[in-house]
Design a protein around this ligand. Structure first.
Ligand code: FMN
Length: 374
């Protein structure tokens, strides 16, 4: 029976176990998108801590795609070169380095969470003196902001759309140069690609709005561009919001049926795993929360589409992660906040789940073996 400690093989990439660090923004760059010592230590310690896959935070494919001026980016060769030591270190620890490629759309140009998460206008600065910018949106008048006033928004025209597709392609090429083995396209949480998917935020009347086919067009084009340059032997993931949690608006919002249908389309385009999160699009969302709260969405995608899935949300215990895999509810478990509380969650999971203590001990770095409990 497959369990959370079993390797996960996708194309020619094998993760040593099925526990991944979920992408988590650190908002800790200068105003240049380059990784800092924080990123090296943060991602490096989760690799030391036994995660099978270590995924970066949302990494902007172009400067306007950053949530805050302090987000990580990959829009130049300098970014790729600066990320390379991190991917090397993760690999040295036995983990698989993955990057989440993102464009924040209308949720861009904000102050950091600890500075209030409020929009920074093109003529304004955040508390660190970083300047804001005009943000891109499928339809600027479609929805209220989560916090603060409406940001300065511009409706994406055909050139903007092509620019986003090209930026994703170039970012994927640079991710490869940087040594990443998995590219995850961020199409969740109310950011640009999700804004196109959901009828709540997409009121366009051109080829990118209206029908399911049209609303999903941009995601499909981005996937094609990434798959074009991403090697055949390496996997591509897509993170989606399985639902907008705006049930009272059905069928006017993005829901699980559309997610299943999209997942099938994505699989045909060469996507290997759909990472199923939820929400983040609209302040009226009713997110349930609690242990495993998004797992039923991943399960539905796994049942309904011919693609591997990742489950995320409210996983805090090794046994819980293990049960999700053992019971066939998911192929991969992504762990977010628990990996912030415990960078060694992967090693602790091995200690708890591995039947043979000698095997569990072997997973600890040699430098730390004298600390292993027997
Ligand atoms: C500090 C923080 C930053 C996050 N940043 C991202 C991100 O960059 N990309 C993303 O897809 N999700 C992001 N998330 C969501 C997590 O990846 C994860 O889906 C969510 O926290 C639920 O999982 P958990 O209950 O294990 O924390 C973030 C969550 C936290 C707590």
């Amino acid at each position: 029976m497959t369990d959370a400690l079993a390797p996960l093989s996708l194309r020619d990439v094998e993760a040593p176990n099925r526990i991944a660090v979920s992408p988590m923004c650190q908002y800790t760059c200068e105003d240049d998108g380059l990784p800092t010592e924080w990123h090296r230590v943060h991602l490096g310690s989760r690799a030391v801590g036994g995660a099978g896959i270590v995924m970066t935070e949302a990494t902007a494919v172009e400067p306007a795609g950053r949530i805050t001026p302090h987000d990580l980016g990959i829009w130049s060769d300098e970014h790729a070169a600066a990320l390379e030591p991190i991917t090397e270190f993760v690999r040295d620890q036995g983990g698989v380095p993955a990057i989440q490629l993102a464009h924040a759309g209308h949720k861009a140009s904000k102050t950091r969470p600890w500075d209030g998460n409020v929009p920074i206008g093109p003529d304004e600065t955040d508390p660190d003196g970083a300047t804001g910018w005009e943000v891109l949106s499928p339809s600027p008048d479609a929805y209220p902001p989560f916090e603060g006033d409406r940001p300065a928004m511009r409706k994406a025209d055909q050139d903007d759309i092509q620019g986003v597709i090209d930026a994703y392609r170039a970012a994927a090429e640079r991710s490869l140069d940087a040594g990443f083995e998995i590219a995850e396209i961020h199409a969740a949480h109310g950011y640009l690609l999700h804004e196109f998917l959901s009828p709540v935020t997409n009121r366009r009347e051109d080829d990118y709005g209206g029908s399911f086919e049209n609303r999903t067009r941009l995601v499909r084009e981005v996937v094609r561009a990434v798959r074009d340059v991403w090697p055949e032997d390496k996997p591509v993931f897509v993170r989606i919001s399985g639902t907008d949690w705006l049930d009272d608006r059905e069928p006017e919002s993005w829901d699980i049926e559309q997610s299943v249908r999209l997942a099938d389309d994505l699989a045909e385009l060469g996507v290997d795993l759909v990472d199923v999160s939820s929400g983040g699009l609209h302040p009226d969302e009713a997110i349930p929360g609690g242990p495993n709260f998004q797992v039923p969405l991943a399960e539905r995608v796994r049942e309904g589409a011919d693609v591997a899935v990742g489950a995320v949300g409210g996983v805090t215990e090794p046994e819980q992660a293990d049960a999700l895999v053992r019971n066939g509810r998911t192929d991969l478990v992504l762990v977010g906040r628990e990996f912030l509380r415990d960078p060694y969650f992967g090693l602790h999971a091995a200690d708890e789940l591995e039947r043979d203590p000698a095997e569990a001990a072997k997973q600890w770095p040699v430098q730390y073996r004298r600390a292993v409990r027997r």
